[in-house]
Design a protein around this ligand. Structure first.
Ligand code: GDP
Ligand code: IMO
Ligand code: MG
Length: 445
């Protein structure tokens, strides 16, 4: 094969995208940490500190909001790409917190082009959610939507602006009067923001992060050219995607695999694998349609066993049965090549497990994920039922260690997805993983 063809296939320059296939919290942090052993770079490509990715290493729990989940390995270079919105206060606190726990964060780089979440974005997010009351999105109130809105309006600050006092002051002098007026209109009760104080804080963040602000796109491209394996770590999930989720109950970025191209600096033909992450059931935080939601004691039991409380906000996650209708859609829009299934252990002890294979909407059977959120809201799930298993499965490491009914459930999910399930997670720890395919980064192609 010629070099050019090889290049088109991405041969010799592997880039893998990790993407959530549900509504977020699928266990992307654990999966990224697990796969980081085999790669050199881990890149966050969208979202901000609305994300909460948990990694458990023995007694140690790491909850990461901005720093990529590969950071715990000394051989990984963690990058925060231009598509991420960065609250510098969160980033600094996270870097400091990791350093205090002995994690070397000196290799972390953040794109000069990443937009900055400023205090007025957080205030706008809070005030607009409060104003919407019961009709709110249920955002994480981290200022994500307002920061992305300013980016699109081309009035946002980028990380590079934190290093340039003159440009920073000029931009804030233009922007802050508008922000104060808007906050008053939204009913915000906070004191008006002062330009001087904002400039001083922002320059302080810039000073602290100066050595870590870089052109991450060039770093990614150089790494790929050198043949290094680059892993792109998605935040949120496909069903929260701004364009492909149930708008407006979505986040303000593109968690889908294509987001790695725009937000991470990798070309579509450079991506060699897309690994979808999903849980053995579903959860959702915040408002929006959720056909398989469980409001009974089975849901309560899953939430309790699964510790389904938000990493970022502490909110109790909504819980439901697995839904294969959006799964097929998610496999398609992300071009998923293989899947990692998490939290199978949480289903132990449930007599019969239900799996939604289609919806009934206005008297019709529907197998495709409806384009309209209104239709999703009217969807009544059509379930298949699977016999459960009573044993705990935390110690399973090979498929043969799993009870036959658990294996059948995994096989049914793989068959509905149409792509292989390579790893099945049976506990939060790195080691609590059942290997169905020993080369998860290469599978499915
Ligand atoms: P992310 O946002 O996709 O990274 O997921 P979160 O970290 O927000 O939520 C997943 C939670 O489940 C975390 O607390 C993980 O430690 C935990 N977890 C991940 N995989 C498993 C698993 O297979 N079993 C159990 N019991 N917990 C898991
Ligand atoms: P990770 O990366 C789950 C949800 C919020 C809300 C909607 C919009 O940990 O999977 P936003 O603050 O982004 O404007 O909120 O998106 N949401 C998440 N839900 N996991 C996440 O991230 C989420 N990030 C945002 O609850 O419904
Ligand atoms: Mg999370």
């Amino acid at each position: 094969m010629s070099g050019e063809h090889e290049r088109a296939r991405g041969g010799g320059m592997p880039a893998t995208v990790i993407v959530g296939l549900q509504w977020g919290d699928e266990g992307k942090g654990k999966a990224t940490d697990f796969l980081s052993e085999q790669v050199r770079w881990v890149v966050r490509y969208q979202g901000g500190d609305n994300a909460g990715h948990t990694i458990m290493l023995g007694p140690e729990v790491f909850k990461l909001h901005l720093v990529p989940s590969g950071v715990l390995y000394p051989h990984i270079v963690p990058l925060i790409g231009p598509g991420v919105v960065v609250n510098p206060m969160t980033l600094i606190a996270e870097l400091d917190g990791l350093a205090e726990r002995g994690v070397d964060t000196s290799r972390v780089r953040v794109s000069h082009a990443a937009h900055v979440i400023m205090p007025y974005h957080v205030a706008e997010d809070r005030a607009s959610e409060a104003r919407l009351g019961g009709a709110g999105i249920g955002t994480t109130r981290r200022g994500i939507g307002p920061a992305y809105a300013d980016r699109a309006l081309r009035v946002g600050l980028r990380m590079e602006d934190l290093l340039d006092a003159r440009a920073l002051r000029a931009k804030l002098e233009r922007l802050v009067p508008d922000k104060n007026a808007r906050l008053v209109r939204l009913g915000s009760e906070g004191a008006p923001l002062a330009v001087d104080a904002l400039v001083e804080s922002a320059l302080g963040w810039g000073e602290r992060l100066r050595g870590q602000i870089a052109d991450t796109t060039t770093l990614v491209q150089d790494a790929l050219r050198a043949g290094d394996h680059v892993l792109f770590e998605g935040a949120q999930g496909t069903l929260l995607d701004l364009d492909h989720g149930s708008y407006p109950y979505v986040t303000s970025s593109n968690p889908v695999a294509g987001g790695a191209c725009t937000g991470g600096g990798v070309g579509p033909l450079q991506v060699t694998a897309v690994i979808g992450i999903m849980k053995a059931y579903t959860t959702r935080v915040g408002a929006g349609p959720y056909p398989t939601e469980l409001t009974d004691e089975i849901g309560e039991g899953i939430a309790t066993r699964g510790h389904e409380y938000g990493t970022t906000t502490g909110r109790r996650r909504r819980v439901g049965w697995f839904d294969a209708v959006p799964l097929r859609y998610a496999v398609d829009v992300n071009s998923v090549s293989s899947i990692i299934l998490n939290k199978l252990d949480i289903l132990s002890g449930i007599d019969s497990i239900r799996l939604c294979v289609a919806y009934e909407i206005d008297g019709r059977r529907v197998e495709r994920w409806p384009a309209s959120g209104e239709e999703v809201a009217r969807a009544v799930p059509i379930y298949e039922t699977f016999p459960g298993w009573s044993e705990e499965i935390h110690t399973a490491r090979t498929p043969g260690d799993l009870p036959p009914n658990a294996r059948s459930y995994v096989a049914a999910l793989a068959s509905l997805a149409g792509v292989p399930i390579t790893l099945v997670s049976v506990g939060p720890e790195r080691t609590q993983t059942v290997t169905f395919d020993s080369r998860p980064l290469a599978a499915g192609r």
